[in-house]
Design a binder for this molecule. Structure first.
Ligand code: PLP
Length: 362
């Protein structure tokens, strides 16, 4: 049997582990921050029709620039953040925001360059950074999982990174960043600043999106996804908003026809049904706030959350809790600081199952 070590693989990939959140078939999956509500029958039918229409032209390559989809995404963002003033030229789309992040690093990172993030944060930022042969520097969040602007500026001045990642709301902590932190980072950073807003639609009142900071800031990139609030994780559609010059940079690294005609058609149909899909956001926010309150009543520490998941603890042996829940059919995520666990917000029934299983273990 040939093993990986026998192949002439890049030296810097030797000994690496692939991304591997467990994908298990369990009754209650609360581990990957998906929206638990499947598309309605009406939407399933509309998506089927859109996919069939796209299928009739599958002998041809898709629109390489996904222009119609980018127009729809810009319209959605302008409604989300009035005054954003975005057009298709400010928006770029790819197969999940992970691919967006990869393209950003291909264009602005690479050998001899550095990306910096504030951990604990999204584990794919350092992984994609290293896969693009970019060096990774880890700066730290404070005790409350926020970012102190002075400490952030000091880390940036020390490392002079080409790319800075700010995740807001942050995964796995749920923490949203105030605009003043993002502005301080932008002022200090010599390169690009990526605000990963995968969970933006779940943020609490009074927590503005970084989209408000875009005008006049060509080094700012705001990334979004249809995988979370939009309940379209299976579609694989991520996107960004930035200065049109940033989109021009990504055109240099994207593969031609990277976004299939079927993906474009499905994503556009989902956007046309955006009101229906986003109606679940309000339910999930309420369920999240109830979960935080319940965990605290149980005597646990639960981080404030602006996302559709909650980080809670602390457990000297978190593996025992994770395994105990799994034995009862509830899968959550062992991620973040060593004594903490993360649970995604599901339906009321799923959260009741989580609470029952959790009480049994304690
Ligand atoms: C912070 C953050 N960014 C990006 C992603 C990637 O999402 P996708 O590639 O599905 O758009 C995730 C997924 O969990 C995430 O948590």
């Amino acid at each position: 049997m040939t093993s990986l070590a026998d192949l002439p693989i890049r030296d810097d990939l030797r000994g690496r582990e692939p991304y591997g959140a467990p994908q298990l078939d369990v009754p209650v999956a609360l581990n990957t921050n998906e929206n638990p509500y499947p598309p309605s029958e009406r939407l399933v039918k509309a998506i089927g029709e859109a996919a069939a229409a796209a299928a009739a032209g599958l002998n041809r390559y898709p629109d390489r620039d996904a222009t119609a989809l980018r127009e729809d995404l810009a319209a959605f963002l302008n409604a989300d953040t009035p005054g954003a003033g975005l057009t298709a030229r400010h928006v770029w789309a790819a197969n999940g925001s992970n691919e967006i992040i990869q393209q950003i690093l291909q264009a602005f990172g690479g050998p001899g360059r550095t990306a910096l993030g504030f951990e604990p944060s999204y584990s794919m930022h350092p992984i994609i950074t290293r896969v693009t042969a970019t060096a990774w520097v880890n700066a730290h969040r404070d005790e409350d999982f926020g970012i102190d602007p002075d400490a952030a500026v000091a880390a940036i001045e020390r490392h002079r990174p080409d790319v800075v990642f700010l995740t807001s709301p942050n995964n796995p902590t749920g923490t949203a960043l105030p605009p003043k932190v993002i502005e301080a980072v932008l002022d200090a950073a010599p390169g690009m600043v990526v605000v990963d807003e995968a969970y933006a639609e779940f943020r609490r009142e009074g927590s503005p999106s970084a989209l408000t900071l875009l005008p006049g800031r060509p080094r700012l990139i705001v990334t979004r996804t249809m995988s979370k609030a939009f309940a379209m994780a299976g579609t694989r559609l991520g996107y960004l908003a930035a200065d049109p010059a940033v989109v021009d940079a990504l055109l240099l690294v994207r593969l031609p026809y990277h976004l299939s005609a079927v993906t474009q058609a499905v994503a556009r149909t989902a956007l046309a049904h955006g009101d229906e899909l986003l109606a679940t956001v309000e339910l999930l926010r309420r369920e999240r706030d109830d979960l935080v309150a319940w965990l605290r009543r149980e005597g646990l520490t639960a981080a404030d959350s602006d996302a559709n998941f909650v980080l809670f603890g602390t457990f000297p042996d978190r593996r025992r809790i994770w395994q105990g829940l799994l034995d009862r059919g509830v899968l959550i995520r062992e991620v973040g600081p060593p004594e903490w666990l993360r649970v995604s917000v599901g339906t009321p029934e799923e959260m009741a199952a989580f609470r029952t299983a959790f009480k049994e273990i304690l």
